[in-house]
Design a protein around this ligand. Structure first.
Ligand code: SF4
Length: 230
């Protein structure tokens, strides 16, 4: 792990202590009654629908999809064009691709994995429509495993907070966070940062003045700028 570009005159141990404090504060500020852990297959389908979609629309379409088609067998046996049409009528972006992914991933899970979603990141990433972020979402929210899905909020906030160098790709951000944050807290990082990113650390004009992390944040001290972040 390189410290280039985000040392802020702190050692790795100091950075680790700061990361732990940050996660504790985030967990206090953005608690959830309980993490929604449960059904890996439904989580996977949710993740495919959600790509480049607003949460409310994703949730509504996902609910309707399971109401109409019920289970993996029915979805796997649905013609791709019908699934595409279902998504298109409900305003889902990339409906052609997603329709195909949903049906094909379901067929593969049935045929290759006996109807059970694999709980291994490499196997998950072989499924159509499942990149590293979705695979980690399935592991964390589907299986309840300790994993850190890096989405746009986690990427931006980690870099503003100096927990990852400003220009590394999301898979590297994941590695830095896994090094810095104790494993038993990984599962909270995604949802806490997503909530934080929507309410306070927004993409444009973050509310640093009212942020409980401002004392711990290089961005709030002017040491990281949005122009530096990729
Ligand atoms: S201080 Fe500002 S940049 Fe840092 S986490 Fe809070 S809102 Fe984001």
């Amino acid at each position: 792990m390189s410290l280039d570009g985000f040392t802020f005159e702190e050692s790795w141990d100091e950075k680790r202590r700061r990361a732990e404090k940050i996660v504790e504060i985030l967990m206090r500020t953005h608690p959830r009654e309980k993490l929604l852990i449960g059904d890996p297959y439904r989580t996977l389908i949710h993740c495919i629908i959600s790509q480049r979609m607003r949460d409310e629309v994703t949730y509504r379409v996902w609910e309707e999809l399971f109401k109409k088609y019920g289970d993996i067998e029915t979805i796997a046996n649905t013609p791709v064009d019908e699934m595409r049409e279902f998504l298109r009528k409900r305003g889902v972006g990339l409906w052609k691709t997603k329709g195909e992914w949903i049906v094909k991933a379901s067929r593969i899970i049935l045929e290759k994995y006996g109807g059970k979603v694999p709980d291994d990141i490499k196997e998950l990433m072989k499924l159509p429509g499942i990149g590293r972020k979705c695979a980690n979402i399935v592991l964390a929210y589907g299986f309840g495993r300790q994993a850190i899905p890096v989405d746009t909020h986690v990427n931006r906030i980690s870099k503003r907070l100096g927990l990852a160098p400003p220009r590394v790709p999301p898979e590297k951000v994941e590695e830095y966070l896994m090094e810095l944050i104790p494993k038993e807290k990984w599962i909270y990082v995604n949802h806490a940062m997503v909530d934080h990113g929507r309410s306070i650390c927004r993409p444009i004009r973050p509310k640093c003045e009212s942020c409980p992390l401002k004392e711990l944040c290089p961005y709030a001290k002017g040491l990281v700028r949005d122009e530096d972040i990729k």
